[in-house]
Write a protein that binds this ligand. Structure first.
Ligand code: NDP
Ligand code: GDR
Length: 333
């Protein structure tokens, strides 16, 4: 039985990856940081199948100790301060988690178990300002936020440890991926949750920022499969994972309100509070290498995903058999 260590197991991707690896027969160890209130909402349904252990990307010794104790075959480093706007409010902390945290984990692996395979959660935010369309593995980076800058560091330190120490270290450059388990502050879930609240008479409007931003949005369960595939190859490498299709935030609104038979223009209000100091205008990925080398394909379209998310939010708010792992306000009855 293989052992996988997942950092960020309480997050969107960590919860889906844990499910995926359990189905493959792995022993799944999840690293959780200490908090005063519970953060296990997304993995509550998995608690008797996984092992949760305390550790923090800020604490070098906790990482060394975990690698020593569990001797993982695979390490998936998904933990990060992952919300882009927060990275302007807490740029130093974002760098500590999202950039230096990667080095701390790589150092733990190098010192204790150098044959462990390592996955780093890199991001399309590294491309930032448009240099090439679509973006592929060779597109130059031009990050536009402290988060994006931190991810560029995490990406290159992963490449560097692969080349310096011969570690099996891969970096997945994943484009936006969403699901009913997405945090409520990210735009897709903010919209689908907002639509459900409006439909149920719990809200009258939805306040958003830049409606012109374009993103290549995929479905999170598809994307965790790509992470695993990268660590099953003969050689470590970096891959773009994306659908190849892009949509504006405006189109997202249109589709989500359509699901409940409402017109988005009657409810969406643009609020400058949600504009960013620097924006990433257009992301669309070329996942040709993931398709040809990993055999990876997305299985859920953007339109299907929006419907899945609106439906899940309606069910959660009605207290009516919401999908497992959803987080959000308590049902209103
Ligand atoms: P989430 O924000 O949902 O989850 C982040 C996780 O990181 C949470 O489990 C959080 O724990 C944990 N975490 C944060 N800081 C620390 C720390 N110092 N020590 C230990 N754990 C910590 O992110 P996603 O699941 O959406 O994304 C997973 C990874 O993939 C992230 O690195 C993200 O930057 C990256 N990524 C995401 C994409 C996406 O579209 N979702 C696209 C490309 C990259 P807690 O529950 O305690 O807050
Ligand atoms: P992003 O995701 O920054 O791409 O990072 P987010 O959903 O926050 O924003 C996407 C785009 O929507 C625009 N937008 C708004 N965004 C939010 N959050 N709230 C709003 O009200 C709003 N109105 C418009 C944004 O300006 C932006 O252009 C996500 C995270 O998961 C990162 O961790 C990950 O690395 C990248 O995706 C790929």
């Amino acid at each position: 039985m293989k052992t996988a260590l997942i950092t960020g197991i309480t997050g969107q991707d960590g919860s889906y990856l844990a499910e995926f690896l359990l189905e493959k027969g792995y022993r799944v160890v999840g690293m959780q940081r200490r908090t005063s209130t519970e953060t296990v909402g997304r993995i509550a349904h998995l608690m008797d199948k996984i092992e949760l252990v305390q550790g923090d990307l800020l604490d070098q010794l906790s990482l060394i100790d975990l690698i020593q104790r569990y001797q993982p075959d695979e390490v998936y480093n998904l933990a990060a301060q992952s919300f882009v706007p927060t990275s302007w409010q807490q740029p130093v902390l974002t760098g500590e988690f999202t950039a230096l945290g990667v080095t701390r984990m790589l150092e733990a692996i190098r010192l204790v178990k150098p044959d462990a395979r390592f996955y780093q959660a890199s991001s399309s935010e590294m491309f930032g300002k448009v240099r090439e369309v679509p973006q592929r593995e060779t597109t130059p980076f031009y990050p536009r936020s402290p988060y994006g800058v931190s991810k560029v560091y995490g990406h290159w330190i992963t490449v560097n440890y692969r080349e310096s120490y011969n570690l099996f270290a891969c970096s997945g450059i994943l484009f936006n991926h969403e699901s009913p388990r997405r945090g409520l502050e990210f735009v897709t879930r903010k919209v689908t949750h907002g639509v459900a609240r409006i439909k149920l008479g719990l809200a009258k409007e939805l306040r958003l920022g830049n409606l012109d931003a374009q993103r290549d949005w995929g479905y999170a369960p598809d994307y965790v499969r790509a992470m695993w595939l990268m660590l099953q190859q003969d050689e470590p490498d970096d891959f773009v994972v994306a659908t190849g299709k892009t949509h504006t935030v405006r189109r997202l609104c249109e589709l989500a309100f359509d699901v409940v038979g409402l017109n988005w223009e009657d409810y969406v209000v643009v609020d400058p509070k949600f504009l960013r100091p620097a924006e990433v205008d257009l992301l669309v990925g070329d996942a040709t290498r993931a398709r040809t080398i990993l055999g990876w394909e997305p299985t859920v379209s953007f339109e299907e995903m929006v419907e899945i998310m609106v439906d899940a939010d309606l069910r959660m708010l009605r207290g009516d058999s919401a999908p497992a792992g959803m987080i959000g306000p308590m049902p209103v009855r």
